[in-house]
Write a protein that binds this ligand. Sequence first.
Ligand code: GRF
Length: 200
Amino acid sequence: MLRIAVLVSGGGTNLQAIIDSIADGRIKDTQIVKVISNKADAYALKRAEENGIASEAVVRKDFTDKEAFHEALIRAVDEAQPDLVVLAGFLVVLPLKMIEKYRGRIINIHPSLIPSFCGNGFYGLKVHEAALARGVKVTGATVHFVDEGTDTGPIIAQKAVEVQEGDTAEILQKRVMEQAEWIILPGVINDIACGKIQLK
Ligand code: GRF
């Protein structure tokens, strides 16, 4: 049984896609052992609660300094004893100690076809605004391993999505989520659970 901890900051639609995929068998032999958020009011935490999944908020302002916050975040993950850590819209830069400790066992979903529209400052709607501003005809989503950089780790899976006439950033974001993110993230997790993708 693949034990996964999912780190979230917002609405949790990618978390929901994982929950649903486990329930309908698209993801085999996997258990979400914990959901962790840096935002106490993240709707993703409510999704965890509604599905009987352990959850915890680790909030920066509750700690005197960044080091204490990082230690608490690492402790929250360690306590879950995950085989795989999934960043699903998690907007905090992971502490180096955590990347070293879980190297090769942390994956992230990014809402573009890396190396386009990624790196510092490219998150959420900003990614789709940049894609529209550049005038690309195709965008999409990427699942990659997490390393010390921002969206720089080895790419695992990508799925392309057409940009349509009249798209706003919000419309494009929704299409990328529905047609790419919510498909390739569960797909990669299943491939890891089934041994098609080997973790280090
Ligand atoms: C998604 O667009 C994801 O690609 C990005 O952040 C957003 C999170 O959405 N990393 P949600 O919290 O999973 O709904």
